[in-house]
Design a protein around this ligand. Structure first.
Ligand code: BG6
Length: 474
């Protein structure tokens, strides 16, 4: 453990859903890899004992990934539990006591943003985050980080009252996904990419995040959020930045994050005319959803990146619940060659980054068909294909990075604010919400109003064995 490694992990909201589904499995995985050996203090108001808290951890692991007996024994030994109200200073005094000699705790706020102010203030006042012997405390916060630009600025001010920016780690778990980071590596580790990865050769870029399930009992949360706030302003903008950023001149976290912020700066605020919102039929019957809700469970939009590299190339983003498949995929179509070959099968070249569920990087090309006749066929050149990536779970990666103080995979203050600036105009615009059937690719209005040249590419449920023969692109 280095001198800057967090010497305790505290997580607020310890009895909540996120802890149950993601945090306990991440903690067990960190232990298995030898990456966690410091006390882990759960804080919540449930009237629980430490034993009940351990039982909850066990239950969580049984349901999410399985219990590893040796790792669980070690995790149990590291677990501490503080029960109390976040409004009550005594809760934080008990936490300080539980932290013992820890000087560099990482406080993970897995709680609704409305509680941030109270918790952060108490952390500051009770010596859990600042003061003698506690100068390098960190805070890790979950998305959604605000619900518009103004609220994100308020949250930033709340955090900065106690933590400097360098101690704030805003999670976007998409940054913990290897296929998302592979976009950057593939672009900057391969010299053949650079000549064509720009406005001269790329005609359009589209990103689709499709989920074949609905709001899964999270109606009350989702109805305050909608697809734009839930996944576009954060997860899909991060993918967009990885696709559009310039090569960083150094590999430190701030240089990389500077380049991402530059992409956002080049994007004008969204025009409501370039957005189609949809709502799956049946959404209004979901528990926690307002009976007349106009919240979107689907959104498709077009934006511009007005940088030297991308000026004039439209970027399209589409995300939705209850679509036909669960997959996230990027397709960049090339401009057509000035060819004299006339063939109905002749297709546009494309580069395809499949982010999930499998990871594929492939380039669509046209070759002569084996039949021997002067017919062509479309094939894919596969750069990489991992059917079931054996990789670190996103939460394991981001928690580990926050504890070692590596900020690369976290959203910086200027980044989150600029991302909100871009979507703010459409969030305020009250554009129509069109209905769509479950299992459709969103409302039919999308194809008329927001459709890439050559149309939307619909990711397949699975990259099949024969996916090398592709006929999907325009
Ligand atoms: C979350 C959203 O941030 O990301 C969910 O709140 C969404 O609505 C989820 O389903 C998708 O994450 P993943 O890792 O399953 O693609």
């Amino acid at each position: 453990m280095t001198d800057s490694h967090s010497d305790a992990l505290v997580f607020f909201g310890a009895t909540g859903d996120l802890a149950y589904k993601k945090i306990f499995p991440a903690l067990q995985a960190m232990i298995k890899r030898g990456h966690l050996s410091v006390p882990v203090v759960g804080v919540a108001k449930a009237g629980w004992s430490l034993e009940q808290f351990r039982a909850r951890a066990h239950d969580s692991l049984e349901k999410h990934g399985g219990v590893d007996a040796a790792a669980f024994t070690k995790l149990s030994g590291l677990l501490r539990y503080v029960d109390g109200d976040y409004q009550d200073p005594a809760t934080f005094q008990a936490l300080r006591k539980e932290l013992g000699s820890a000087e560099r705790p990482a406080h993970y706020l897995a709680i609704p943003p409305a509680l941030f102010e109270t918790v952060v203030e108490h952390l500051g006042k009770t010596g859990c985050a600042a003061g003698p012997g506690c100068n390098e405390a960190r805070v890790i916060v979950e998305k959604p980080f605000g619900h518009d630009l103004a609220s994100a600025q308020e949250l930033n001010a709340i955090l900065h009252a106690v933590f400097p920016e360098s101690a704030i780690f805003r999670i976007d778990h998409y940054l913990g996904k290897q296929p998302v980071n592979n976009v950057v590596v593939f672009r900057f580790a391969n010299s053949f990419m650079e000549p064509f990865w720009n406005r001269n050769y790329i005609e359009s870029v589209q990103i689709t995040m499709a989920e074949d399930f609905g709001v899964q009992g999270r109606g009350a949360f989702y109805d305050q959020t909608g697809a734009i706030r839930d996944v576009i302003q954060n997860h899909l903008f991060q993918i967009l930045c990885n696709l559009a950023m310039e090569p960083p001149v150094r590999t430190d976290s701030e240089t990389i994050r500077d380049e991402k912020v530059k992409v956002l700066k080049a994007i004008p605020g969204l025009d409501p005319a370039n957005l189609v919102r949809g709502q799956f039929r049946g959404y209004l019957e979901e528990k926690g959803v307002a009976p007349d809700s106009k919240v979107e469970t689907f959104a498709a939009l077009r934006l511009e990146v007005d940088s030297w590299r991308w000026k004039g190339v439209p970027f399209y983003i589409r995300a939705g619940k209850n679509l036909p498949v669960t997959s996230t995929e990027v397709l960049a179509r090339f401009r057509r060659p000035p060819t004299v070959i006339r063939d109905s099968a002749l297709s546009q070249n494309y580069l395809r980054f499949r982010i999930s569920p499998e990871m594929t990087i492939a380039m669509g090309a046209t070759v002569l068909a084996p039949s021997g006749a002067m017919n062509s066929e479309n094939v894919e050149m596969i750069a990489s294909h991992r059917p079931r990536p054996e990789e670190m779970e996103a939460y394991e990666r981001v928690l580990g990075d926050a504890m070692t103080g590596d900020a690369t995979l976290f959203a910086r203050e200027d980044y989150v604010e600029d991302a909100w600036r871009i979507v703010d105009p459409v969030l305020r615009a009250a554009t129509p919400v069109y209905g769509y059937e479950k299992g459709a690719w969103g409302p039919s209005e999308v194809d008329q109003k927001v459709s890439p040249p050559g149309g939307w590419h619909n990711p397949a449920a699975e990259d099949q064995e024969d996916f090398r023969v592709a006929a999907q692109a325009g």
